[in-house]
Write a protein that binds this ligand. Structure first.
Ligand SMILES: Nc1ncnc2c1ncn2[C@@H]1O[C@H](COP(=O)(O)OP(=O)(O)OP(=O)(O)O)[C@@H](O)[C@H]1O
Ligand SMILES: [Mg+2]
Length: 222
């Protein structure tokens, strides 16, 4: 069975891919990481696998490029309908069945936790089927307390573990504290808005600022 983290978020375009790349910079010297995007919509214009590969200068072995790739930049259930396919949970999780035991997975979702995959399944069902804990990416800005607490509740209701939260955007101490207090969860990183996002900038930030308390060590290094 697969071990690692499911990188989810409070919505689309929130920073999941950038945080995934940052996790390579922070943890790849300590453990064997492999990124996997099971469902990519808006492909090939949007290609998170290629973006992580570029932002973390990934070796081929650090990427699993299996997965469903859909043309329309829509929710997976809709993009699949336009593409004339139905997303099947069993087929989707197939790569996890032969996952190398030494490899820790960084699995990136599409959108947030309750995004539909099909008429019968949500993204949360994919996380449950993979049976790995989650890491939530959220913005630091107004509205984040509600969105993050809703996401936490949806995950915990389904018995999906939460390793922590990464906030992206202008650091906001009040929002951070509220999420930690009301959500009973650790904020393991506050990533500022960078003028440009590139490998060097992410590496410097990840090495000095991401998960300073080593909270993810127990998920990624054991
Ligand atoms: N810290 C940051 N500073 C500046 N720009 C950022 C930062 N984090 C993310 N971005 C930009 O915001 C956009 C969305 O980020 P990202 O692709 O990581 O979101 P996502 O949650 O993975 O989206 P999707 O739901 O499509 O997978 C990208 O253009 C990315 O370069
Ligand atoms: Mg992404």
């Amino acid at each position: 069975m697969m071990r690692g983290l499911f990188i989810t978020g409070t919505g689309t375009n929130i920073g999941k891919t950038v945080v995934s790349a940052s996790l390579f910079h922070r943890y790849r010297l300590l453990t064997e990481l492999r990124y996997w995007k099971p469902v990519q919509t808006g492909f090939p214009e949007d290609d998170d696998t290629a973006t992580v590969g570029r932002l973390a200068r990934c070796h081929q072995r650090e990427i699993c490029d299996d997965g469903v790739r859909l043309k329309q930049p829509l929710s997976p259930h809709l993009a699949a309908a336009y593409g004339g396919v139905t997303l099947n949970l069993e087929a989707l999780i197939e790569p996890s069945r032969s996952w190398p035991a030494t490899c820790r997975a960084l699995v990136e979702g599409a959108g947030g936790v309750l995004v539909p995959l099909s008429s019968t399944h949500l993204m949360s069902d994919l996380i449950s089927a993979l049976a790995i804990p989650s890491l939530i990416v959220a913005t630091s800005c107004l509205g984040t307390i509600n969105h993050t607490l809703l996401t936490l509740e949806a995950l915990r209701t389904r018995a999906i573990g939460v390793a922590g939260v990464v906030l992206v955007g202008e650091p906001n101490a009040d929002n951070r504290r509220s999420i930690e207090t009301y959500g009973n969860v650790a904020v393991i990183g506050e990533m500022p808005r960078f003028p440009t996002v590139n490998c060097t900038i992410l590496k410097r930030w990840a090495e000095t600022e991401l998960d300073r308390a080593n909270i993810l060590e127990s998920y990624l290094c054991r």
